[in-house]
Design a protein around this ligand. Structure first.
Ligand code: HAM
Length: 453
């Protein structure tokens, strides 16, 4: 048997519905924040990631899926979305669009050759958002709050926002020197990779997966102590704006992030729910003012974040969030003879086009087996098509829960189902409607978790 690749997932059944629900909340929230959907290719020139993410990062040295295509080009499956978005921004000259800044969001698969474990896959799906063209700390606060609000809209409560600042280039250079000074006398205590990183990119030592728990790393100099006045003031402004938005956060000087393109604000949002393993960062991001010029585009200040959908789905499960996932159908059409079958085929199409979720029999089973199938599909209503009824322009509809049956005119079926299925009195519980003050049940939370809207 050919099986799926290590670290990849077949998304099926309820889990697939949970992911689709997450997608719907992402789309709806991004729309409210006025971010436009962008789709860039999964394959890009290898050089994009080497130059963009950084030659000495773990992602580039150990985790990319690289191959040479039939034309001899060096290609990489994207390990993240930001570099591709910036490439597209430059290639499509989005910097020339008068409506600056450019606000985009994406949702797609990424590939990292990692050691698979809970919350760490080789094929992962991330959604993310980027603001290109604004250096205003307001954008930093918006990006962080956007991530937090998507999690809230999903119904997650147990999250923690950690923020830090790496400062501008001058601050980073000063910090780099201090790190070299600090680690140099202890070089033998570091893993082989970190010994190499010391001169090339000492910041990367701080997120080394091998050395991460060593006291040496824990006691290393902190970025915040090396910020110049401008960077410090900027970071204070980000915090002020987050306060205005009511976003709770902690300043965590240990956050440096595993990609080289960051400066100024960096952040990670953790799941705090019990049962999550060590891969508990739901989403993360930061400012990357140098990336665009590094990729031969104009100097462009940017900030963004990305979030793994697999980890979000796990957080929703562990927090036992009740999701409005449809796992029933409105109507199942049962039939016996060919004439009834033809009508079932026709009626199913009519009712589906009118907005109902309708299914019917595909295997030629007897009525008893069809009733069972209707139960398996959680049908709210059943229609047992009968040639005599059809000739009288009638149909029998049965409520599958109460077992009450009514014979109605075929012409009235849409009105009947609309009244029975879509009327407010037929909602399962009153709580299903949204109770927040300002949306009257019409907001994108679709009646979910009211208090945080
Ligand atoms: P990242 O921290 O590498 O950042 O990934 C962001 C999120 O993707 C993580 O917090 C996690 O939820 C998810 N993730 C990453 N790797 C895996 C994996 N192997 N398995 C499952 N989930 C994973 C970035 O990718 C940056 N591009 C974020 C960004 C956008 N910065 C600025 N703009």
């Amino acid at each position: 048997m050919i099986t799926k690749q290590k670290g990849c997932t077949d998304l099926i059944g309820r889990e697939a519905k949970v992911w689709k629900f997450i997608d719907s909340i992402v789309d709806a929230t991004m729309e409210k924040y006025n971010y436009n959907y962008i789709r860039t290719p999964i394959i890009e020139a290898t050089d994009l990631f080497h130059r963009g993410i950084g030659e000495s990062t773990d992602i580039v040295t150990k985790e990319t899926y690289d191959f040479v295509d039939r034309g001899g080009r060096s290609i990489t499956l994207r390990p993240e979305g930001t570099a591709g978005v910036v490439r597209s921004y430059i290639e499509n000259k989005m910097y020339g669009n008068p409506a600056q800044p450019i606000k985009v969001y994406y949702n797609g698969t990424m590939y990292r050759y990692e050691r698979p474990q809970a919350g760490r896959d080789r094929e992962l799906t991330q959604f993310g958002a980027e603001i290109l063209g604004s250096d205003d700390p307001l954008s930093d606060a918006e990006i962080i709050s956007l991530a937090v609000n998507i999690y809230k809209m999903l119904g997650l409560k147990e999250i923690k926002v950690n923020i830090n600042s790496l400062g501008d280039n001058t601050s980073r250079l000063k910090y780099r020197e201090e790190l070299i000074k600090y680690f140099k006398p202890h070089i033998k205590d570091l893993c082989e990779d970190c010994q190499e990183r010391l001169q090339k990119n000492p910041l990367r030592i701080l997120d080394c997966k091998v050395d991460k728990d060593k006291e040496l790393l824990k006691n290393a100099p902190k970025t915040l102590d090396y910020l110049n006045d401008e960077s410090r003031t900027r970071f204070e402004r980000v915090q002020e704006y987050l306060d205005i938005l009511g976003i709770k956060y902690e300043i965590n000087p240990n956050i440096v992030r595993g990609l080289d393109y960051y400066n100024h604000t960096v952040f990670e949002i953790e799941a705090k729910v019990n049962g999550f393993g060590s891969n508990n960062v739901l989403g993360a991001g930061g400012r990357y003012n140098g990336l665009c010029s590094q990729l031969e585009g104009p100097e462009t200040p940017c900030i963004g974040f990305a979030s793994g959908i697999g980890r979000l789905a796990l957080a929703l499960e562990l927090e036992k969030v009740k999701l409005p996932i449809v796992d029933d159908i409105d109507l199942f059409l049962l039939y016996v003879n060919e004439e009834e079958k033809k009508y079932a085929l026709y009626l199913a199409q009519e009712l589906r086009m009118a907005g109902f979720i309708v299914d019917t029999e595909y295997l030629g089973r007897g009525l008893k087996a069809q009733f069972k199938q209707a139960d398996r599909l959680n049908a709210k209503y059943l229609a047992v098509l009968n040639s005599d009824d059809l000739n009288n322009n009638e149909i029998k509809l049965k409520n599958n829960k109460t077992k009450e049956e009514e014979t109605i005119s075929l012409d009235a079926i849409i009105y009947y189902l609309e009244e029975k299925i879509n009327s407010t009195e037929d909602f399962e519980t009153e709580e299903d409607g949204c109770h927040c003050d300002d949306c009257s049940g019409n907001c994108c939370c679709e009646g979910h978790h009211k208090e945080e809207v």
